[in-house]
Design a protein around this ligand. Structure first.
Ligand SMILES: [Zn+2]
Length: 180
């Protein structure tokens, strides 16, 4: 079985209502897409094509999901499982409040940044598992851009701090991984 299929089966066992739903053709996702383009003044224009969104215990996938490799889907799903667990831990309402009503406040959104960072720690761990810990470094520019740029409404525009979070997580992964 493909690695991502096995993980989907694990996720479905933990969260029976979990589904993967294409964004394209979903009315609410279309409305969110338009709202995001407006509030970010066009800074976030890839919501339907590139961004995966966990909402209501489901994963809404962009057009690019269809062409992702099994390994990349595995890494993605590890990230999204963290959001499912956060939702179970915090409750849909609280999680929605910090996250769903997305993009507000723009520029400084500590709650959203912490929720995302917890999931990106898992992205780094899954990347190290699949591609080796050296591959984590390659994610750094994407991670910095995601937190400090328009993708998530400039949620935490402090690159030095994001760099430190990345350094700390990579150090933890190295400490835990067996010596070669
Ligand atoms: Zn996320």
């Amino acid at each position: 079985m493909e690695r991502s299929q096995a993980l989907i089966a694990e996720i479905e066992a933990e969260f029976p209502s979990f589904r993967i739903v294409p964004k394209r053709g979903d009315k609410l996702q279309g409305a969110i897409d338009i709202a995001l383009k407006i509030v970010t003044l066009g800074g976030q224009r890839s919501y339907m094509t590139r961004y995966h969104t966990a909402l209501f215990g489901k994963l809404f996938v962009p057009d690019s999901y269809a062409s992702m490799s099994d390994d990349d889907r595995f890494v993605l799903l590890r990230h999204e499982r963290v959001h499912l667990r956060q939702r179970a831990r915090m409750g849909g309402f609280v999680m929605g409040f910090v996250y769903l009503v997305p993009y507000f406040p723009l520029f400084l959104a500590w709650g959203r940044a912490r929720i995302e960072w917890e999931a990106y720690e898992e992205t780094l761990r899954a990347t190290a598992e699949v591609y080796g810990v050296e591959a984590c470094e390659k994610l750094r520019p994407m991670l910095i851009a995601r937190f400090t740029g328009p993708d998530y409404g400039w949620m935490w525009p402090f690159p030095a701090q994001i760099n430190r979070w990345i350094d700390e997580e990579i150090a933890r992964i190295r400490a835990l991984s067996p010596a070669p």
